[in-house]
Structures are given as C-alpha cells and as structure tokens.
Design a protein around this ligand. Structure first.
Ligand code: ADP
Ligand code: MG
Length: 333
C-alpha cells in the first residue's frame, strides 16, 4: 500500500497521508552531477552521494560554499538533471514518478526570484493552481498569516524587503502542504532578528509534523537547529550522524585548572600527561575521553600535593569537527 493516490485528471492533488508516510523522507543512492560548461570544462559537483533523511526531524546539509548543497537540493526539486544515481522522495523515484515526487516535497530555493508584478496573495494562488489544489482547499490566508505577511497580501512583491521575500518563498513552498520542506540556505545574508524568527518558524513547522531539510554553511545554525547533520565537502558527504554524535566524534577535551597556590614548575610525575602550565596558578590538560579519565588527572595532582581552587572543561563544538573533517579531504577529480 502506498500513501499516494494514483493521479487522475479530476483529482490532481496528491497530499500524502501523514499517517502512512514511509520512514525515509528522502533517500539518494550514488547521486552524481557533472556540470559541463560551454568551453568543455567539467565541474564534478556531486560525487556518488548516498544520503538518507529520516521522517520527522530537522536535517542539516552543512558545507562550505561550492560544496554541492544547492545542486543536491535542485535535483530533488526537479530543477537540475542528475548525471547518475537515484533519488526518492517518500519512496517516490524522481525519474519514474516525477510528478508525484515533486508534489511530495516543498523547496525554497536559495535565490530570491519572485515575479515582481504579482502580489503575495496572487502568487500563492497561482502556485496552488500549479499544484492542482482546488480553491476550496487553498489555505492562502492561513499561510500568509503563518509567515507574517497578512498585511502585505495585496502589495507588489517588488516592494517587499529581502526578509519578506524570503518568507514569501517559504509560503509558496507550503501551498500544497508538503510533508517535507527543503530550505536552501534560508538564513544566508539575513539579519540576526530574521534568522531567529526563521528558526522558530522552522521549529514550529517541524513540531507540527513537517520533516525539514535545510542547507547551511553556518555551523552554529546546524548545531542549534538540526537533530541530524550531513557534512558535504567538494561534492562528497564526509560525515552524517546525529548532531551530538558528530560533536562527540572529536573527543579531545581540555581540563583547565586554577591552583590554590603558586606552582613555579611542573612536578616530574605530571609529565605523563599532556599538560601545560599557563600561569603561576593555572594549568591546562589536553586529553581524549576514550583514553583518560578526569579522575586519573585529579588523583595524580592530589598525589603530587597540588591543591585545586577551580576547574572547568572545554568540549569541542561542531566547528572543531567540521574543521577536522574538511581538513585535507582528498579530491580525486
Ligand atoms: P553550494 O550550494 O554548496 O554552494 P553548488 O551546488 O551551488 O554549491 O555548486 C557546486 C559546484 O558546482 C560549484 O563548484 C559550482 O561552481 C558548480 N556549479 C553550480 N551550478 C553550476 C552550473 N549551472 N554550471 C556549472 N557549474 C555549476
Ligand atoms: Mg548553494
């Protein structure tokens, strides 16, 4: 049984039943893209990407500029033709069932392309018509309200600010009520206030059952918003894991100590550790949690007669993981 109705001309709307959605919102296998420029130059933008986006979460595709994020998104949106591999949206193959696959996903593109002469209301109505949503089932006012554009419903789109255009694009992607919403760099170049409001909007959508995929080159954004993250670099997925697990992968930790009394030189028995005196009354230990327990360090200090006034530990954030993973990634192009 599939959650989708067979399309007929009288029933062109295919909103999947949320109760019957498969476990994977998106799955790709060996997805490859080579752009060919006029001069014959090739850009290998995606290199055999296998990626699974589970139902229900907020999934982050994180990578630097030029990594291939938009290429990946645009293949799913039907805007870019892949060179090889397969892609499915809720189990619908984008080659075999392109129309159904496209109806099962909403994509907010990176570029702010809007038809300047339509009002937001007209734009949503046209979009709903494009997806075959019957007038009685359209939620134009509700969607405008959700993205905070009710009072701009009749304005010319060219008069909208950048932030409003961004929200209008999100609204457009929502007209057919897609169970997975994909946002390509939703907060690139937007101010901190709009960024926060987009984040809470994304969280709210997700809490109401929409699976969200977003691309970003902001580590902070991925760490803050996403429960699962794939890191893409030079067209290749180099890591994909739960956000916490990804951060834990780099298990280098620092233990910073403030001492109760001056310590002019490091006692010999402490030299077994990677330790540094950073001041007369401060020292820092660098260790791996898999090899060393804090207890061992504290016991050794105690044995050496060193009293501690205060201590703190430093955990790596995603930036460390990101840097560690992207450093020296081989490019076999
Ligand atoms: P990202 O979204 O992560 O910044 P893109 O998917 O836009 O990355 O680009 C990946 C690579 O493909 C880059 O090297 C980019 O220059 C190249 N590229 C993207 N679109 C085209 C295109 N239409 N023609 C040729 N090369 C392209
Ligand atoms: Mg991009």
């Amino acid at each position: 049984m599939t959650p989708y109705d067979t399309p007929t001309s009288s029933d062109p709307v295919h909103i999947p039943d949320p109760e019957k959605l498969p476990d994977l919102a998106i799955t790709t296998c060996g997805l490859d893209k080579i752009y060919r420029a006029d001069g014959g130059a090739r850009v290998h933008a995606l290199k055999s990407v296998d990626l699974d986006v589970p139902r229900g979460g907020i999934f982050g595709l994180l990578g630097p500029n030029g990594a291939g994020k938009s290429t990946f998104i645009n293949i799913l949106a039907g805007l870019v033709i892949k060179s090889a591999g397969t892609a499915e949206v809720w189990g619908l193959d984008i080659d075999r069932e392109p129309r159904l696959a496209r109806a099962a996903i909403g994509v907010v593109p990176q570029e702010l392309n809007l038809d300047a002469f339509f009002s937001p209301r007209e734009m949503l109505e046209v979009q709903a018509g494009f997806y075959g949503v019957p007038p009685a089932e359209r939620r134009t006012d509700e969607i405008l309200e959700r993205v905070g554009l009710s009072d701009k419903a009749e304005a010319y789109s060219r008069s909208l600010s950048g932030g409003m255009r961004r929200r209008l694009l999100v609204a457009k992607a929502l007209v057919h009520n897609p169970p997975v919403l994909v946002l390509d760099e939703p907060t690139a170049g937007v101010d901190i206030e709009l960024r926060r409001s987009l984040w809470s909007f994304v969280r709210e959508l997700n809490a109401n059952g929409t699976t969200v995929v977003l691309t970003t080159h902001y580590l902070e954004e991925a760490e803050e918003l996403c429960d699962r993250i794939a890191i893409i670099n030079e067209g290749r997925v180099i890591a994909c894991d739960g956000t916490r697990a990804l951060v834990n992968r780099l298990d280098n930790k620092e233990l910073r100590l403030t001492l109760s009394a001056d310590l002019p030189r490091l006692p010999d028995e402490m030299r077994a550790f990677n330790v540094e005196l950073t001041g007369l009354r401060s020292m820092v230990f660098r260790y791996r949690t898999r090899e060393t327990e804090v207890r061992e360090i504290l016991d050794a200090l105690s044995a050496a007669g060193i009293a501690i006034a205060d201590l703190s530990t430093e955990e790596p954030d995603l930036e460390d993981v990101f840097l560690a993973l992207t450093r020296g990634t081989p490019d076999d192009e």
